[in-house]
Design a protein. Structure first.
Length: 84
């Protein structure tokens, strides 16, 4: 079985919901949490048919503050995992 190694640095101002979620997890479990979130994201992309679209659109840019209308990431993850 082969594997790939990925080192990820996440700027705190870019993805505050992700940082807040990962801060709830112990440092040794963060890699597994990211793998879980990635699998949920892939499943969602497959279901919505967005996999063929190559462009990435972040929720907001570094200079842009998130609006109050956005749902926290933990709520979205809970909804997605209910369908697993």
């Amino acid at each position: 079985m082969s594997s790939i190694r990925i080192v990820v640095k996440i700027p705190t101002g870019t993805y505050p919901e992700l940082i807040a979620d990962l801060n709830q997890v112990s440092p040794r479990e963060r890699a597994e949490r990211l793998r879980l979130l990635a699998m949920i994201g892939l499943r969602d992309l497959r279901q919505t048919g967005l996999r063929s679209q190559p462009q990435f659109h972040p929720l907001h840019t570094i200079n842009e503050k998130p609006t109050d209308s956005k749902v926290p990431a933990s709520s979205l993850i809970r909804k997605l995992t209910q369908n697993l």
